[in-house]
Design a protein around this ligand. Sequence first.
Ligand code: BTN
Length: 250
Amino acid sequence: MKERIPGEILQKLSGFGRLHLLDTCGSTNDYALSLPGPIEPAVVVAREQTRAQGRFRRAWYCDPDSLCFSVLLPAGPEPGRLPSTLTQLVGLAVCLGIESLSGLKPLIRWPNDVLLNEQKIAGILCERKGDAVAVGIGINVNQTGFPEDIPEPGSLRQLSGRNWDKYELLAAVLEHLFRLLREAAAGHDSSHLEALKQRSSVLHRRVEVRTLLRRHLGTVVDLDREGRLVLRTSDGKVIVLNSGQVRRLR
Ligand code: BTN
């Protein structure tokens, strides 16, 4: 990889698992899920991706000013290994990493977007293959502009007015992520759920939720223990959603 990473950051990053620093690849998620040998924690970072994937099979915009990486985690059959709230805990780790370096307080738009000033600064895509999960994270860091067809984009640089060290941010996010995973394995579900509710940009808000088959309008009344969205729909029913795309209504 052409970018220079300070030795102390490199040392920190290597502490989270096998580190793969790539100049380019198709998708860091695919790369992580194709690593040979036993499934062990690994971190795959690419300066550029040629086929970066977003949710719902959309493309993800990735350029050298963004931070794109995947964390490979073993997800064996034994219960309790990875929490059902994984995607949201990853969002929380991204928020906490950013906050620890800046004091900015990003929010999570259920289930997998990180927003700052209502602009999307990061997205998360967790993909499973057998007993492995690739946690893919794309953060808009130092971009000063985006192609026109990207919806609601924003970068940390645009929103904070300064340049960020991508690898310092990576180390901060990983530190929070692995701490949250250790805590989840030790049963800290209620404090995590509380933190997720505090960080939610949609809790108690009127929203539109699009799922594969339907469109729901209503108010988000809760996040349940599984990290699902509890919605009171406009016709008074309470429904629980596993996934979907949420848009806040005024
Ligand atoms: C989304 O908001 O739709 C999720 C975007 C996830 C993008 C990241 S970038 C690193 C990893 N590799 C991929 O191909 N996708 C994820």
